[in-house]
Design a protein around this ligand. Structure first.
Ligand code: HEC
Ligand code: HEC
Ligand code: HEC
Ligand code: HEC
Ligand code: HEC
Ligand code: HEC
Ligand code: HEC
Ligand code: HEC
Length: 464
């Protein structure tokens, strides 16, 4: 504690020296700059930048047309600024139009390029679950258990899977060659993966383009186009729920479905076309809209809150994993998140309704956790008696246990967090109750007869 204090004093001393000299310099030019910013936007394009635009307008008109609609094109940001790289870059190539010149480009553009002009957004983004954590499920050897989940348990390499045994870990050398179609068309498009490069500096093995946490050959992380699609990079688009819906949907995290059935979604669908979506950051406030979108609650500035690209910042609970706990560490700070999220609601709701909603969420988490604890206990009993199959997918009990948390349990928790009563109950708590009763029936049978039933009678698509 004492040490920390000393360091704090030293740091602030150093800061004040810096501020002082900074202020002196500023004061020479401007009398009062406190709280103001200076930046210079250079309009117009240099000769090299113009050649990219002119040729691509003929060869790839689609790209140029959408870039022209972007605010960045008006500020003079062009193909040249985002796509040119050093010759020494592991991603350096030349397109047809550049052969014979000393200009090198890459079709890959990560958050690192954006951070030259948007350092704040990128810094926040990199702290969120959308960055490194998102692609860890596809690319991080430390999460081998998850790789097993991807390749073995969720079917991403089942047919061609020669080397991953069901109970053991991955082979140390990594994955054997196999048909990556399921992985490349699924997991990677949402989560992202490590881009693997061929000798010509182009991506191989269907590892690019990828989802939100895509990892690039130069070590940078993050694909900003998942919410701001290229080449308009629009703030208005990212504020609409459609920007999140391409990933946050379906049986295991139906956030767009939940939103659409909530009162907030009802208002967006009924009145959204009259709302204003292009106000400046931190000045997009109630009045521009009358009900929140995903962005309003999770990212945008509203009332006292400023815009953040760290979607974990306003969350209390972890509502995706097997047991729901208050967020800590890389998953965020749940105690703080709880308070921040309430600051969103109070712009449009009274304290009573806001408190009721938080209570409903806490109680839903507690109820779900009770189901999960019961399932864990049954499983432990079965394991002790040797009554579990090694292959989870041909063992009805374990298959149901997966649906309990991954499908029905997430729907109950997320439905209740975001006010979608049909998902909270009929697709959520009701089906959890059904799944749990079936698990109990299998459990009782196995304990009574001291054997595993021959054929799993679980329909895999059952609790969809
Ligand atoms: C603000 C930065 C930015 C500007 C300006 C920009 N791009 Fe891009 N471009 C990107 C990003 C980001 C991607 C997606 C890269 C990824 O997924 O790794 C991309 C992807 C591409 C791709 C490859 C994807 C595909 O669909 O084939 C091409 C080609 C491309 N841009 C051409 C252009 C051209 C031509 C211009 C100028 C008219 C331009 N870009 C301007 C950021 C930019
Ligand atoms: C004279 C025409 C011409 C000029 C000038 C030109 N390009 Fe291209 N570019 C093309 C054509 C044609 C393609 C598609 C074929 C290919 O990939 O080589 C292409 C492809 C690309 C791609 C996608 C590469 C890939 O692997 O998919 C990017 C990115 C790109 N150009 C950026 C640029 C940038 C940045 C400049 C300016 C520094 C530029 N181009 C100048 C014609 C041109
Ligand atoms: C060379 C500097 C530069 C780079 C590199 C750059 N930007 Fe920008 N960006 C700007 C400027 C300047 C503006 C403000 C334009 C305006 O509002 O007139 C802007 C605005 C934006 C906006 C707000 C658009 C809106 O609708 O108001 C988004 C979103 C954005 N940039 C995303 C990106 C992304 C994503 C990347 C990387 C792929 C990127 N930028 C790279 C300079 C840059
Ligand atoms: C390209 C796919 C994609 C898009 C688009 C997307 N997300 Fe995500 N999001 C993910 C993935 C994948 C995760 C899980 C990350 C992980 O492994 O924890 C995630 C996680 C989250 C989380 C939980 C944070 C965590 O990881 O603990 C929130 C909140 C979230 N997203 C909100 C949003 C919002 C709001 C939008 C739209 C403005 C959005 N997302 C758009 C893919 C996406
Ligand atoms: C449609 C987009 C999409 C696809 C396809 C997808 N995911 Fe996800 N995944 C998400 C989103 C969004 C979340 C965040 C869910 C939440 O908050 O409940 C997530 C969460 C996860 C999590 C929990 C977060 C963490 O970091 O522990 C894991 C693990 C995961 N996905 C693995 C996979 C694997 C493996 C595949 C392919 C077999 C896959 N996902 C396919 C969108 C997707
Ligand atoms: C999960 C979706 C999502 C992703 C991923 C995302 N953005 Fe944004 N971005 C938004 C939303 C929503 C806004 C509007 C926030 C508001 O209402 O003020 C925004 C606004 C912006 C703005 C306008 C200024 C500001 O801070 O509001 C810039 C610049 C920007 N984003 C750059 C980026 C860059 C660079 C990346 C990649 C690191 C990125 N964004 C990734 C959703 C996203
Ligand atoms: C009215 C505000 C609000 C809106 C609108 C909203 N959310 Fe949420 N969201 C929440 C709250 C509250 C939670 C639970 C936070 C907590 O744990 O305290 C949550 C949780 C989540 C989670 C779960 C993270 C986890 O732990 O697994 C994801 C993912 C998510 N939201 C994405 C979205 C998406 C995508 C949309 C739009 C389709 C959306 N949200 C719309 C308020 C909102
Ligand atoms: C921009 C304003 C706005 C914000 C922010 C907002 N809401 Fe709402 N909310 C509304 C409106 C408007 C309604 C519809 C009221 C009606 O049914 O007539 C509504 C309805 C609801 C309902 C349905 C019950 C009812 O009152 O009709 C719940 C539950 C709810 N909001 C919870 C929340 C929570 C929790 C938050 C914060 C995480 C939040 N809202 C943030 C505007 C907002």
């Amino acid at each position: 504690m004492r040490l920390a204090m000393t360091r704090f004093v030293v740091a602030s001393l150093a800061l004040s020296v810096l501020c002082f000299s900074g202020m002196a310099a500023a004061q020479a030019n401007y009398p009062d700059l406190a709280g103001k910013k200076t930046f210079e936007i250079k309009r117009g394009f240099n000769k090299d930048a113009l050649t990219c635009i002119e040729c691509h307008a003929k060869k790839m008109p689609g790209v140029v047309e959408s870039w022209k609609q972007s605010t960045m094109s008006h500020a003079g940001v062009s193909c040249y600024d985002c796509h040119t790289v050093e010759k020494s870059s592991p991603m350096a190539t030349q397109c047809k139009g550049l052969e014979g010149t000393d200009i090198y480009i890459s079709p890959m553009v990560s958050s690192k390029t954006c951070s030259r002009c948007h350092p704040q957004e990128v810094k926040q983004f990199l702290k969120s679950g959308h960055a490194k954590i998102a692609s860890s499920v596809d690319a991080d050897p430390k999460r081998a258990a998850l790789l097993k989940l991807a390749y073995q348990f969720e079917g991403a390499a089942f047919m061609d899977n020669i080397n991953v045994d069901v109970k053991g870990a991955l082979t140390p050398k990594g994955m054997p060659p196999y048909n990556r179609a399921s992985r490349a068309s699924g997991c990677q498009m949402c989560h992202g993966t490590q881009v693997e490069m061929g000798p010509d500096h182009k991506p191989v093995k269907e590892t690019w383009p990828g989802g939100v946490g895509e990892r690039y050959p130069d070590g940078s992380i993050g694909n900003c186009t998942v919410c701001h699609t290229r080449h308009n990079f629009s703030i208005a688009e990212a504020r609409k729920p459609e920007a999140c819906a391409s990933c946050h949907l379906g049986p295991d995290h139906p956030d767009i479905e939940i939103y659409n059935e909530s009162k907030h979604g009802q208002m967006y669908l009924a009145h959204g076309s009259e709302w204003k979506f292009d106000s400046p950051p931190d000045a997009w406030e109630p009045g521009d809209y009358t009900a929140p979108t995903c962005a309003t609650c999770h990212m945008s500035g509203i009332g006292e809150l400023t815009t953040t690209h760290n979607v974990n910042e306003r969350l209390k609970w972890d509502l995706m994993h097997k047991k729901s706990v208050i967020r800590t560490g890389v998953r965020g700070d749940g105690e703080k998140g709880d308070k921040l999220m309430q600051k969103v609601c109070i712009n449009c709701h009274g304290a009573t309704q806001t408190q009721v909603q938080r209570k409903v969420l806490d109680n839903s988490v507690a109820l779900y956790n009770k189901y999960w604890a019961g399932a864990v206990k049954m499983k432990a009993d079965l394991k002790a008696k040797g009554l579990l199959k090694k292959d989870k997918w041909s063992d009805g009990f374990q298959e149901l246990m997966y649906y309990l948390w991954h499908h029905t349990g997430r729907r109950a928790r997320q439905g209740s967090a975001m006010n979608g009563p049909d998902y909270a109950h009929w697709h959520g708590f009701f089906q959890m109750f059904q799944v749990y009763k079936d698990m109990q029936a299998i459990y009782n049978y196995r304990i009574k007869n001291n054997k595993i039933e021959e054929l799993s009678h679980v329909m895999s698509s059952g609790p969809l």
